[in-house]
Design a binder for this molecule. Structure first.
Ligand code: 6PG
Length: 242
């Protein structure tokens, strides 16, 4: 049963897809992203994607830089951002720009970085206002941290999963530096036709184990009506043992 419009599903439906290695993850992710873009462009004339930060997506973004699609109809948002200057190499938006966006023809007005340089609270308020008129995303890309965080939703902090959570949250004590960040809320990340997690690195086996056991972890509260797909290195999934 689908939740009311704008609400997350009551439970997370997850589909796990083991891949042989980082290259297979890159290729599978790229193929899925481009297929979802093809469908969205055919059905609605626009593809609304939310990007993951961190290091795992970098090779996927590089591969997208070589892809053939109608970039003029892509709209790009970010799932989270670090409160650093816009051109800081540690910014998630800078990583995506350098690896991919600067190499393709997405109009600048259609790339929406989180203004995290303004500070977490101001940036979260501005990004929530920017997202207010935006409907469901077509695709949300997410990573997974070793503590099972996703985006910048960290254990023990506000995940914004309640019914009327704001679209964007300020984060002031992130255990993964920098401490000050902005994150889309679990509720807003769940308003998506598709959610794709990209999970690589043996350090995440405990996070995968806890997530698959149904423990209360940030990755587990991303609950789009259609479920989430998880691309995960096969060895990592085996090590997790569940
Ligand atoms: C960030 C990301 C964060 C990341 C995970 C996984 O700002 O760091 O948003 O959620 O996706 O920590 O990071 P790796 O892909 O580098 O392992």
């Amino acid at each position: 049963m689908n939740p009311p419009p704008g609400q997350a599903a009551p439970v997370q439906i997850s589909r796990w897809h083991p891949v042989a290695d980082a290259q297979a993850l890159r290729d599978e992710a790229c193929a899925r992203i481009l297929e979802l873009a093809r469908q969205a462009l055919a059905e609605r004339g626009v593809f609304r994607i939310v990007l993951a930060g961190g290091g795992t997506p970098r090779d996927v973004y590089r591969a997208l830089g070589e892809a053939a699609t109608d970039w003029s109809r892509w709209q790009i948002w970010f799932g989270d951002e670090r409160c650093l200057p816009p051109d800081d190499p540690e910014r998630n938006s800078r990583m995506a720009h350098d690896a991919w966006i600067s190499r393709v023809g997405v109009p600048d007005a259609q790339v929406h970085p989180i203004p995290a340089e303004l500070g977490a609270r101001s940036a979260a308020d501005r990004y929530a206002a920017l997202l207010a008129p935006v409907g469901d995303f077509d695709l949300v890309l997410l990573g997974l941290g070793e503590d099972a965080h996703t985006a910048s939703l960290f254990p023990g902090q506000d995940w914004g999963s309640e019914a009327h959570a704001p679209a964007a949250l300020p984060v002031f004590a992130a255990p993964k530096p920098p401490p000050e960040r902005v994150s889309l809320s679990a509720l807003r990340l769940s308003r998506a036709r598709a959610v794709l997690f990209l999970v690589a690195g043996m350090g995440k086996r405990d996070a995968v184990r806890r997530w698959r056991r149904g423990e209360d972890v940030p990755a587990g509260v991303i609950r789009p009506p259609g479920g989430v797909d998880v691309l995960v290195e096969a060895a990592l999934l085996e090590e997790a043992g569940v």
